[in-house]
Structures are given as C-alpha cells and as structure tokens.
Design a protein around this ligand. Structure first.
Ligand code: HEC
Length: 111
C-alpha cells in the first residue's frame, strides 16, 4: 500500500518547530514572572522609545528590576538579539537614550 507521509514528517519542519518552541520558552518564562508596573515618566519621549523598542519580542521589563550595571549587560545582549531577528533595527544613539532612561529608574546598587 502506498502511504503518503504528511508533509510535516518529510521536511525538516518538526525540527524548526521544536527549535521555535524552545526559543520561545525563555520569553514565556520572562512574561510569566513579570509583575505589573507603571512605566516611569510614561509620557516622555525616552519612555516611549523604551516601550517601542523593548516590547516587540517579550513583555516590557520593569526598569526597577535590575541595577544600571545589569542593564548595560542586558541591553548589549538585546542588541545582538535585535540584530539577529527580523525586527526594526535600533540605531546606536537610541540604545544610549534607552540606557540613560534605564539608569534613571534602575534598581539601586547594593554597594
Ligand atoms: C528581537 C527580539 C527582542 C527585542 C526587540 C528585545 N529583546 Fe529582550 N529578550 C529577547 C530574547 C530572545 C530574550 C531571552 C534570551 C536573552 O536573555 O538574551 C530576552 C530577554 C530579555 C530580558 C531578560 C534577561 C535576563 O537576564 O533576565 C530582559 C530584561 C530584556 N530582554 C530586556 C530588553 C530590553 C531593555 C529591550 C530593548 C532594548 C529588549 N529586551 C528588546 C529578545 C528581544
């Protein structure tokens, strides 16, 4: 008997599907542990830039969640995430603007 495998089983799609699910997992976790918060200085241009650039792939993180030093590292990693994805690219001066905004509202350093 001729048996036609469903297209999904013949292609590499299951692998890509699995990969997609795995890479979505951290985002789901990130969203899951988010407390509701108010965006600081919400009507300012800085806050609006932050919302526009940083809520495309996951829920917007609370600026008070980390220290400024931690934000510098995370935003550097986000620049890599953004470069590797098909999302609007962020110019350097906007990363600087976002970091200055995060610096004003970051968690205080323990030191
Ligand atoms: C292109 C999609 C994308 C955009 C846009 C994006 N992120 Fe992310 N973000 C991710 C991915 C993927 C992860 C999980 C992997 C990682 O941490 O790199 C993540 C994780 C995070 C985390 C959790 C990391 C941790 O260590 O707890 C924070 C905080 C974060 N992003 C902040 C931001 C900020 C701030 C911006 C705006 C500058 C931003 N993201 C824009 C994709 C994105």
């Amino acid at each position: 008997m001729q048996y036609n495998l469903p297209a999904m089983m013949r292609s590499d799609r299951p692998i890509r599907l699995l990969f997609g699910l795995l890479s979505a997992l951290p985002l789901a976790l990130l969203a899951g542990c988010m407390e509701p918060f108010e965006v600081p200085e919400a009507t300012s241009a800085d806050a609006q830039l932050y919302v526009r650039r940083c809520s495309l792939c996951h829920a917007l993180p609370d600026p008070a969640r980390m220290t400024y030093g931690q934000w510098v590292a995370v935003v550097g990693r986000m620049a890599q995430n953004i470069r590797s994805q098909n999302v609007p690219q962020v110019p350097d001066d906007e990363y600087q603007q976002i970091l200055r905004y995060l610096q004003r509202h970051a968690k205080a350093d323990a030191r």
